[in-house]
Design a protein around this ligand. Structure first.
Ligand SMILES: [Zn+2]
Length: 317
């Protein structure tokens, strides 16, 4: 796998990914988001079709273990639409797992075995919720981890260590959920202590805390800045995000920026009558970005940055 990207339909050459939306969900069920579940293959194929029509060729689907993943659904959406889908394994922050969930109970070795199975043989068709796993032929291509707002709990730290170990052993990249853009330096420190350098890490939701000085420091450490609330106006206007990207590009960190919309609720998907929909990235934001930072910087953000970030790479011991 070294030097390739793993999609649900198999390994691909990084350049074969085309333009990448680096944070979405096609199937999701979380106790933290009541009434916002989604994941019908028909609905999500139609949503993915709008993404493709907007000029995006690859979706990175960051739903981790136990939150409604459907790997057979992902494979169907990918086959039906021609959109590449990179599936995730890994564990989210505590808020998404109810008390008593097995992620709090199982020892580190078992938690890691789950990730390694998803990454190296195939994701369990029952998303590890059944009495026995049913391995699919579709492998995960990225490890998703997470921490709480301004802190990482003991159980989150354990899952970060487990995820780091799986990354070290496979060469898969790591995406970490930074709640409201917090904890990024601390998460890079924790992962580095477990042998995963910043250059293998995508920091999700950093645009919730659009602090150019902080982002420049994180990029200088080698981490990817995943701006994944494009079109989510309740957080701030997209103009703030455009200004932030302009500053990162001007500071020489344009090679570390990635984009996504992370419309992780039914009410945000057009397929369910909501908005803005996943296609807002390609349809609305990319043209504005092009006129703001130019074709080359835009192409890097959507293509080469994402290709490098998603490529499996064994870190030299
Ligand atoms: Zn997400």
């Amino acid at each position: 796998m070294n030097g390739l990207v793993m999609t649900v339909l198999g390994p691909v050459d990084p350049a074969g990914l085309g333009a990448v939306d680096a944070h979405e969900h096609l199937f999701l069920h979380s106790a933290a988001l009541p009434g916002e579940d989604f994941g019908s293959v028909d609905a999500m194929a139609s949503e993915a079709e709008t993404v493709r029509a907007g000029g995006i060729d690859t979706i990175v689907e960051l739903t981790p273990v136990g939150l409604g993943r459907s790997v057979t659904g992902l494979a169907s959406v990918s086959r039906r639409t021609g959109v590449h889908v990179v599936a995730a394994t890994g564990y989210h922050r505590d808020a998404h797992y109810p008390a008593g969930h097995w992620v709090y109970r199982e020892p580190a070795e078992v938690l890691e075995e789950v990730l390694l199975a998803d990454l190296t043989s195939g994701i369990d068709e029952r998303d590890w919720q059944g009495p026995t796993p049913v391995p699919s032929p579709h492998r995960a291509g990225i490890i998703k981890l997470g921490a709480s707002y301004q802190r990482a709990s003991a159980s989150e730290r354990l899952r970060l260590t487990v995820g780091a170990s799986a990354a070290r052993r496979t060469g898969a990249p790591v995406a970490v959920h930074c709640e409201v853009g917090t904890m990024a330096p601390e998460l890079l420190d924790l992962l580095a202590a477990d042998g995963v350098p910043a250059g293998r890490v995508l920091l999700a939701h950093l645009d919730r805390n659009p602090d150019p000085g902080l982002h420049a420091e994180l990029a200088a450490r080698g981490a990817y800045l995943l701006y994944d609330t494009v079109g989510r106006i309740k957080y701030r206007p997209d103009s703030v995000l455009l200004e932030l990207i302009e500053r990162m590009v001007a500071a020489g960190h344009g090679d570390k920026v990635l984009l996504g919309t992370d419309v992780g609720r039914r009410s945000q998907l057009r397929a369910y009558g909501g908005g803005p929909g996943m296609a807002v990235l390609g349809e609305t934001f990319v043209p504005r970005l092009r006129s703001s930072v130019g074709d080359d910087a835009t192409s890097a953000i959507l293509r080469t940055n994402a290709w490098t970030a998603l490529t499996w790479s064994m870190v030299a011991e």
